[in-house]
Design a binder for this molecule. Structure first.
Ligand SMILES: Cc1cc2nc3c(=O)[nH]c(=O)nc-3n(C[C@H](O)[C@H](O)[C@H](O)COP(=O)(O)O)c2cc1C
Length: 214
């Protein structure tokens, strides 16, 4: 198979990032961009972000997870602590989160340290999930090899029966991580490949801001 994609390109003209007009706190800018993306008809799954880890086999690992909250403390997502990503974070808590919203020609890259949130917080979120997702968390040993699809369906049936008529307990291996940001990069596509890239790096209690060449 041969497929030359050399002509696949577009020019970016939807916005600009001007230092004089952006807030000095990157979280404020994140919030502005997130809300704009959330309210934009062309953006689907606004909270889907790529989580990259340093995996235990030495390769970087990336996968999409859903951002479930953000505030001054950081960015929260939920997963199985025994999964590949969970094991990666156990051995190296430094992670990278990235968002790409093509409809706005924007990308945000956040680097930071991931720590488990409290069991009580994870439980509160777990209890808000649909019952099917709660049972799925028991049925799937995320990232483990399974024999076939039937095995997964059987596991689901097993836990549906097990918890029939009662609340589904949160598995101990399921919960959230909080990523405390150490740097943010805001990327706005521009014409002629002269994109805007504004980076904020944590410097003690302050944020140092700089512009990077595209
Ligand atoms: C749109 C989307 C949202 C996802 N959200 C989550 C999530 O919030 N948590 C999660 O554990 N996996 C989520 N996944 C599945 C992950 O991408 C991944 O397949 C899974 O977590 C196993 O990753 P790992 O083996 O690297 O640990 C999502 C996938 C997609 C495409």
């Amino acid at each position: 198979m041969k497929n030359d994609l050399g002509d696949l390109r577009k020019s970016y003209q939807k916005g600009a990032l001007d230092e004089a007009q952006i807030p000095s706190n990157p979280l404020v800018l994140f919030d502005q961009w997130f809300l704009e993306a959330a309210n934009h008809d062309g953006v689907d799954e606004v909270n889907a972000m790529t989580l990259s880890t340093s995996d235990t086999d030495g390769f970087p690992g990336s996968r999409v997870v859903l951002l479930k909250g953000y505030n001054v403390d950081g960015f929260t997502f939920y997963t199985n602590y025994n999964s590949r990503k969970g094991r990666a974070i156990e051995s190296n808590s430094r992670v990278c989160l990235s968002f790409f919203w093509p409809a706005l020609e924007r990308q945000i890259i956040i680097k930071g340290e991931a720590t488990k949130i409290s069991d009580a917080e994870s439980l509160a979120y777990f209890e808000s999930r649909p019952r099917g997702s709660q049972i799925g968390a028991h049925a799937s040993s995320q990232s483990e090899e399974v024999l076939n699809r039937d095995f997964l369906e059987e596991q689901l049936d097993f836990y549906e029966n097990k918890f029939k008529g009662e609340a589904v307990p949160k598995p101990v291996h399921w919960g959230g991580y909080l990523v405390r940001a150490q740097s943010f990069e805001f990327w706005q596509g521009r014409d002629n490949r002269l994109h805007d890239r504004i980076v904020f790096v944590k410097d003690g209690q302050r944020w140092r801001r700089m512009r990077l060449a595209p």
